[in-house]
Every structure is written in structure tokens, then in C-alpha cells.
Design a protein around this ligand. Structure first.
Ligand code: PHE
Length: 469
């Protein structure tokens, strides 16, 4: 039976898994996971994260993908068709990719710039302290790279689900794995002796990463590890922003969703683990782990310094790393734009090509504005969670810390208590498959996840501190 041919479909399970894993694997895996693992006791964080992947993450991913396939719609239409008066949740969900899209291509542009730097053999320059700041504060250059990335994303989405998104993901994701394995294995072979005679090796760094460090662990500290792992997982799986609902709506009815969900989780977790295996030992060898930051400073300041100390292999490793990061970011960026486009196609009954073209223009402008947030439009704002941010950080904060946990909480209430878990289970068992973690799923979606999400919401908005103090 041919289905929904006007909207497009993934050709089968592999295409869907590659595209969804492409969305899940992004800068979060590369610049946040290793940092949290190093900060939160190495193996301790890994164990907590793994347990959460198979319970909490699995529940959220199952929800989104099943809602998408069962309703055949994107967030707005999907929630409206579940319960008319829950359409507001669809609209709220749709707002997340709208916000994220304004800055994701900007980050993609930064990464592209660094790949070009290593390609042209200028890696040593990138290791200088002021390099990153002077790049992002230069209005023209940072805007041009953001525009390039935005247009590249739009071209893929313009070409449709199978011809654009699927083809691109099937090409990039396997190469990403090969590159990350090469760099990770190489980083284990590193060795460095400080001026005071201390020698550190990659293998020692790898052990720091794997060994659970429970020294001085208190209940409070464990809770903060738990919350870190949860918010990371949540962002990493691209759930609660409508992306997995949209991708789910393109999955053919005969695909086994149980297998697909497992494979997406596996892929995302594997890349996060490998990113840690690549970054932690190499930072450890050259500078110890004390100064290891997260986010842009890790990727664009600390790592170029590491590559600069790798000798002959440095330029190649730097290039491989940023190429890998481009693949990770591009497939995520595509999924964010697709969630925007798909919702608008349904709401306005317009064609993909038309909607994509209009969105491309809007987001090209938005990307330039956000890029200029570090130069022409520079200002500083203190965010409710205590950090100080610019335009990009505000968008990131509102979408990830504020809206996502709230949306996920509401979707668990809708599914767990109003639609009832059986509504999702029937979709997971549609072709007679066995939904193995059914009991865990029911317990999670009705009881555990809503509580966890509520606490996460309080924590990331800074409200938890108010209660605890
Ligand atoms: N899941 C991606 C990551 O781990 C992040 C992402 C956010 C992807 C928003 C798409 C949209 O980095």
C-alpha cells in the first residue's frame, strides 16, 4: 500500500534510523557529553547515563516517534488530532525548532570555518588564545559562514525526505563513525611529558574516563549527576521539540519501531561515548582535566591547542575532527529545519519547495542577526540559571532549559493519563512485534518521567535553587 506520497517517506528502517540518529548526534554529543563525564566522576556518569538511556530516554523517544507515525502528522497536527484542546502543546512544541533554527546554523558556520582553517594548513593559528573571539566578533566572516551553512541545510530539505534528508544522512553518518573511531583510537596512543617530568598517556586518560570516581560522593552530588545526565540525554535524543514526531510521521507502517528506537539510542550513545574517548584522553595528556570546559570553548579553544601539540598528526586530526563535527551538526540542523517546514506545510497546505524557500530566506536573516550578536548587536544578559549570555545563549536557554522539559512533562501527562499508554503500545506492536520494555514504559510515562521532568524544569530554570536555599 502506498502511503502519504505527497509528504514523502523514508524508504525503510535504515533510512529512518540514519536520519533520526543524524538528528540525535550533534554538538551535544561532542562538546557536552565528554565535559559532563569528566566533571561527574567518569564511569559514575557513564553508568547513570546508560541506565537513563534505557528507561527515561527510551520512553521519551518512543513517545515522540509513535505519536508521529500513529497520527501521520507533525507536532501541531499530531497533538490536535489526539485531543482537540491539546493543540496548544503542538504549537508550543513547534516553537522549539523555530527558536533553535535561529542559531544552529551559526554554530555550523563556526565549525565550517575551523574545518577550512585545518584544510588550508593554518591549524597553528587556530590554537592562539584570541583566534575564536576575533572570528566570532568579526561581523562579515562569521555571517558568511552561517549563511553558507544555512543554505546548505535548506538545499537538503528542499530535496525532500528520501532524496534529501535520507540520502544525506546515509552518506554522512557512516563516515562520521569512521572518523570518530580513528581519532578516538589515535588519542589513546598519545603521550606527553610536562616540564616538571610528569608523563601522562592516552591510556591513563581513558582510565580516568572509565573508572567510576565516587570520592566524596554525597546524596546531593549524586542528584546533581543525575540531573546532568538527564538534561544531557534529553537534548541529545532530540526529543520534545517535534523533530522525532515529524520524522516518525515519515516512517512506513511495516517498520518495526522497537528495533528502530533501539538502534537510534544505540547510535547516539555510541557516538557520545566515542566523543568522550577521543576528547578526554587528549585533553588529559596535554593539560590535565582541570581546565576542561564545555561548549564552544572546549571545541574551538581547548581542542585546537591539543591538535597543535600533536605534531605531524595534528593538522590531519584537526581536519578529521571538524569534518566529523560538520556531519554531526548538518544532520541535526536539517532535522530542525525539517520540523519547521513540515509543520508549516500542514498548517498552510503549501508545497515543500515553497515553504522551504520562504523559511530559508527568514532563517538566513535570523542567522545573520544571531551572528552579529557577538559584534554589532552585542549585549550581556544575566540568565535565570545564573550564567551570562548573548543573543545565541538566550535562544538556547529559552528553548532547551525552559521549554523542552515543560513540553516533555505535558506530553507525558497527555499520553500517560489522558490517551493512556496503551495508545502508544498499540503502535509499537502494530505488526505483531513484542514491545519488550512495556512495563518500564508504563511506569516511566505515568509516574517517573513526569516527576523527573518537573524537577528538571525547576532546576534548569533556576527555580530549584530558590527552594533548596
Ligand atoms: N541532539 C543534538 C545534540 O545532541 C542537538 C539538537 C538540538 C539537534 C536541537 C537538533 C535540534 O547535539
Amino acid at each position: 500500500m502506498k502511503q502519504k506520497s505527497t509528504k514523502g517517506n523514508f524508504s525503510g528502517q535504515l533510512g529512518f534510523v540514519m536520519a533520526a540518529a543524524g538528528s540525535a548526534v550533534g554538538v551535544g554529543n561532542i562538546w557536552r557529553f565528554p565535559y559532563l563525564a569528566a566533571k561527574d566522576g567518569g564511569g559514575l556518569f557513564l553508568v547513570v547515563y546508560l541506565v537513563l538511556v534505557f528507561t527515561f530516554g527510551f520512553t521519551m523517544l518512543t513517545n515522540d516517534i509513535s505519536v508521529g507515525r500513529k497520527t501521520g502528522k507533525s507536532a501541531i497536527g499530531a497533538y490536535a488530532s489526539m485531543r482537540k484542546n491539546w493543540k496548544f502543546l503542538g504549537i508550543l512544541t513547534f516553537l522549539v525548532p523555530i527558536l533553535i533554527m535561529t542559531y544552529y546554523a551559526v554554530i555550523g558556520g563556526w565549525i565550517t570555518r575551523y574545518m577550512v582553517v585545518y584544510l588550508t594548513g593554518a591549524g597553528q593559528k587556530a590554537a592562539e588564545d584570541t583566534y575564536f573571539t576575533s572570528f566570532i566578533t568579526s561581523p562579515v566572516s562569521s555571517s558568511l559562514f552561517a549563511l553558507f551553512f544555512m543554505i546548505l541545510t535548506a538545499v537538503v530539505v528542499y530535496n525532500g525526505v528520501e532524496e534529501g534528508i535520507e540520502k544525506c544522512s546515509k552518506f554522512m553518518m557512516p563516515i562520521l563513525i569512521v572518523l570518530i573511531v580513528i581519532i578516538a583510537v589515535y588519542s589513546l596512543t598519545l603521550k606527553h611529558t610536562d616540564a616538571d617530568g610528569t608523563t601522562r598517556t592516552g591510556l591513563m586518560g581513558f582510565l580516568v574516563y572509565l573508572k567510576p570516581n565516587v570520592k566524596g560522593l554525597t546524596v546531593g552530588k549524586f542528584l546533581s549527576v543525575l540531573l546532568d545526565a538527564m538534561s544531557q540525554l534529553f537534548f541529545s535524543l532530540s526529543v520534545s521539540m517535534g523533530i522525532m514526531i515529524t520524522y516518525g510521521s515519515y516512517v512506513k507502517k511495516d517498520v518495526d519501531l522497537n528495533k528502530a528506537v533501539n538502534q537510534i539510542e544505540f547510535f547516539d550513545t555510541l557516538v557520545a561515548f566515542l566523543a568522550g574517548m577521543m576528547i578526554i584522553p587528549s585533553v588529559y595528556v596535554f593539560s590535565g582535566l582541570d581546565g576542561m570546559g564545555a561548549g564552544p570553548s572546549l571545541m574551538f579553544v581547548a581542542l585546537p591547542k591539543v591538535f597543535a601539540q600533536m605534531g605531524k598528526a595534528g593538522p590531519f586530526m584537526g581536519f578529521a575532527f571538524f569534518l566529523m563535527a560538520i556531519f554531526a551538526t548538518l544532520t541535526s540542523c536539517i532535522s530542525v529545519l525539517e520540523a519547521n517546514v513540515a509543520n508549516c506545510m500542514e498548517v498552510f497546505h503549501a508545497s515543500r519547495k515553497k515553504v522551504t524557500s520562504v523559511m530559508a530566506v527568514i532563517y538566513c536573516i535570523a542567522s545573520v542577526v544571531i551572528s552579529l550578536g557577538y559584534s554589532v548587536f552585542y549585549f550581556e544578559v544575566k540568565l535565570p540559571n545564573g550564567s551570562v549570555g548573548q543573543l545565541l545563549d538566550i535562544m538556547d536557554y529559552v528553548s532547551n532549559s525552559f521549554m523542552m522539559p515543560f513540553i516533555a512533562f505535558l506530553s507525558c501527562i497527555l499520553i500517560g493519563w489522558i490517551m493512556k499508554p496503551q495508545w502508544i503500545i498499540s503502535e509499537m506492536e502494530r505488526n505483531g512485534e513484542k514491545f519488550r520494555r512495556k512495563k518500564i514504559y508504563i511506569g516511566m510515562v505515568r509516574y517517573v518521567a513526569p516527576v523527573i521532568l518537573f524537577v528538571l524544569f525547576l532546576q534548569s530554570t533556576g527555580l530549584l535553587n530558590l527552594f533548596i536555599k
